[in-house]
Design a protein around this ligand. Structure first.
Ligand code: NAD
Ligand code: UDP
Length: 311
């Protein structure tokens, strides 16, 4: 039986990854300090003999006894309001946390997979974004704490690969949504859905002409699982290229929820990327992967989850 360590395993994506790995027959060791995650996300796994949880801040030395085959490093605040509130912790988990997780991978001779982000492209000057683009990031802006931490994490991962011969993988994740997101995590999808369900105004930042491309969590996890089993060392974009403006998205949420909420316009946050759409040619070619769940279908599944937790 193979063993996988998932840092940030009590978070939104990490918990779905733990589920998938358990289903695939792995023994899973989940490490999390609950800074933005929750025990609720993994409660259903407690009692499973192949699941183990360690409460630990991964910016400190990580000790895991026994053999480990894979380390998936997902620990990091991920929503803009989280990382703006936790700037130092975000920089620390992207730098020191990645260093500790890589150190563990080296010690165990395990395959290491880094959860990176489309934010490494910053406010992109090419569209859609492919993996060869180096990005347009403001290091001293408020979002820099997240973007630069992830850029450093990618760089450190490549150094461990080149210098120590470690087997490494880097996934650049584009905006992903689904059950277990927190309604109040500040990201646009749960925010709009929460506002629509409560009859509150939907808060569009700027004029709503900025675009995003939303990927349903099951599609993302499938892509990550394939990447983990592949031999690709260089970054791979995983996301859904179906691009939409934030204004159109607000209207779509109103229509799907049947809500009578109004739309309100608020100032655009500093350095908010104007466009974002993954070029997934590489994932298609080397992983045979592409997303399967439409936004309509994915939002309906996510709505069911939010309605359950709201009442
Ligand atoms: P999340 O906040 O739900 O999960 C992050 C988890 O990491 C939480 O459970 C948190 O408690 C844990 N964590 C943070 N710092 C830690 C530390 N020092 N030690 C131990 N645990 C720590 O966010 P998410 O959306 O699940 O994101 C997971 C990963 O995927 C992050 O690395 C994020 O950068 C990346 N990512 C997510 C998206 C997305 O759309 N959700 C997009 C791009 C990248
Ligand atoms: N946004 C918005 N209203 C909100 C929250 C977010 O209009 O209540 C916008 C935000 O300015 C950005 C987009 O929606 O342009 C996506 O924001 P999110 O925080 O989900 O993630 P990002 O892609 O910016 O990391």
């Amino acid at each position: 039986m193979k063993t996988a360590v998932v840092t940030g395993g009590a978070g939104f994506l990490g918990s779905h990854l733990c589920d998938r790995l358990i289903t695939e027959g792995f023994r899973v060791i989940c490490i999390d300090n609950f800074i933005t995650g929750s025990p609720d996300n993994i409660a259903h796994l407690f009692g499973n003999e192949n699941f183990q949880f360690i409460k630990h801040d991964v910016t400190n030395f990580i000790h895991v006894p026994g053999k480990v085959d894979y380390i998936l490093h997902f620990a990091s605040p991920a929503s803009p309001i989280d990382y703006l509130k936790l700037p130092i912790q975000t920089l620390k988990v992207g730098s020191l946390g990645t260093h500790k997780a890589l150190g563990l991978a080296k010690e165990k001779n395990a395959v290491f997979l880094l959860a990176s982000t489309s934010e490494v492209y910053g406010d992109p000057l090419i569209h859609p974004q492919n993996e060869d683009y180096w990005g347009n990031v403001n290091p001293v802006g408020p979002r820099g704490v997240y973007d630069e931490a992830k850029r450093f994490a990618e760089s450190l991962t490549m150094a461990y690969h080149r210098y120590h011969g470690l087997q490494t993988r880097i996934v650049r994740i584009f905006n992903t949504y689904g059950p277990r997101m927190r309604l109040n995590d500040g990201r646009v999808l749960p925010t709009f859905i929460g506002q629509a369900l409560k009859g509150e105004p939907l808060t569009i930042f700027g004029d709503g002409s900025q675009t995003r491309s939303f990927c349903y969590v099951d599609d993302l996890i499938e892509g990550i699982y394939r990447l983990m089993l592949s031999a690709e060392v260089y970054p791979v974009n995983i996301g859904n290229p179906d691009e939409i403006t934030i204004k159109q998205f607000a209207e779509e949420v109103l229509q799907l929820t049947g809500s009578k909420s109004k739309i309100e316009f608020h100032p655009l946050p500093e350095d908010d990327p104007k466009v974002r759409q993954p070029d997934i040619s590489k994932a298609k070619k080397i992983l045979g992967w592409e997303p399967k769940v439409s936004r309509n279908e994915g939002i309906k599944k996510t709505l069911e989850y939010f309605m359950k937790i709201i009442k």
